[in-house]
Write a protein that binds this ligand. Structure first.
Ligand SMILES: [Ca+2]
Ligand SMILES: [Ca+2]
Ligand SMILES: [Ca+2]
Length: 360
């Protein structure tokens, strides 16, 4: 109780004895972050436990990826965020063991908890061409970029929080952990309106082959009051799609609004040319750009958006409110769908979701 921990439960259950045995039927990997109050454990007093929320930590939904080349369908790395604002990296490659200690890829701030599942994509050539050349065992793994945002919406009191949250893109080639915001470059706004945002297309993150002051990624400051990330991002081609929410601060209203965002993997900036039909006129045209750059953000007309999804050349964002879902007249529904520039070829996403039973 109190620490952020990863539980791994075997699919074949507790075994013939009917008892869940640690180390045999399930594993528990602690991050060591968060207070353990033994008196509270003994008392098992829920009210008292609630009184020490300041020191409690928790790990949120993990994502496992198959990153060693050749990929074998088995997870090698797991990433997950915690209430303290850290993004943990559980490395299973070196020891081949599930008991490897966790290390933070990124050490954040307690005011900016990471509660949404991270998204991971193979780092694009525009990053790896600049980053240090890897040798030995590291050269046999995919260098990746991990995408995650900060923010929580776990209790009613969270709605009113006015922290300036972030969305992060962090390069992970296995060589450098314990990163902080000082290791990242902040993205810059070049144009914004009440409903649209454009970010710097050619922001120099500072990836470099030379040792020393190299940067390892970027972040975007989410400028609206109460804006936050509580759902996973999506990697497609060299773009990252993520949605943010602006909760309605009245406790009995699930309305609110939010932003849909489409940015470059490499630096969090706007891509060149129309990437999505921001003005919903059915075509990708100049109205979806500003000074030749794709809008990076679009505010929802109504409702908070959930996790984005892409089917074919359509981007779907679930909404907490009903809108007309497309450019054509039709019934109102709980989602927005938007045409995107079609990207054929391989996706950058290498998440692993297949589950298999043990043979023994
Ligand atoms: Ca057992
Ligand atoms: Ca593997
Ligand atoms: Ca358009």
């Amino acid at each position: 109780m109190g620490q952020a921990q990863l539980f791994i439960v075997y699919l074949d259950g507790p075994g013939g004895d009917g008892v869940w045995d640690l180390g045999k039927d399930y594993l528990r990997i602690s991050t060591g972050e968060g207070a353990v109050d033994t008196a509270l454990l003994a008392a098992a007093d829920v009210a008292a436990a609630d009184a020490v929320t300041a020191s409690r930590n928790a790990l949120f939904a993990p994502i496992g990826i198959d990153t060693v080349i050749p990929q074998d369908g088995k997870v090698d790395l797991i990433y997950a965020g915690d209430l303290y604002g850290n993004l943990w990296r559980f490395d299973l490659t070196s020891s081949g063991s599930w008991s490897s200690p966790a290390k933070p890829l990124f050490k954040g701030d307690k005011t900016r908890p990471i509660t949404a599942i991270p998204a991971v994509g193979v780092a694009p050539a525009s990053v790896t061409d600049l980053a240090p050349i890897r040798t030995g065992a590291l050269a046999k793994t995919h260098p990746v970029m991990v995408f995650f945002g900060s923010g929580r919406l776990l209790a009613d009191a969270d709605k009113a929080a006015s922290i300036v949250n972030r969305f992060y893109g962090v390069y992970d080639d296995g060589t450098k952990l314990d990163l902080t915001e000082a290791d990242l470059t902040v993205q810059e706004s070049v144009y914004s309106t009440a409903n649209g945002r454009v970010y710097k297309n050619d922001l120099e993150v500072g990836y470099t082959r030379s040792a020393g002051a190299t940067k390892r990624g970027w972040y975007i400051e989410l400028p609206d009051d109460g804006e936050r990330v509580i759902d996973r991002a999506l990697v497609k081609g060299e773009l990252v799609y993520f949605n943010t929410i602006l909760p309605d601060t009245s406790t009995c209203d699930a309305g609110g609004k939010g932003w849909e965002n489409v940015v470059q993997m490499s630096n969090g900036g706007s891509a060149k040319g129309a990437q999505w039909d921001v003005n919903q006129n059915g075509s990708l045209d100049a109205g979806d750009t500003h000074a030749g750059l794709s809008f990076a953000g679009r505010k929802t007309a109504k409702g908070q958006p959930g996790a984005p999804q892409i089917i074919g050349n359509q981007l779907f964002s679930p909404l907490t409110d009903k809108i007309r879902s497309s450019v054509t007249a039709g019934p109102r529904d709980h989602f927005q769908n938007t045409r995107i520039a079609f990207t054929s070829g391989t996706s950058g996403r290498i998440s692993w979701t297949e589950l298999q039973l043990r043979d023994d």
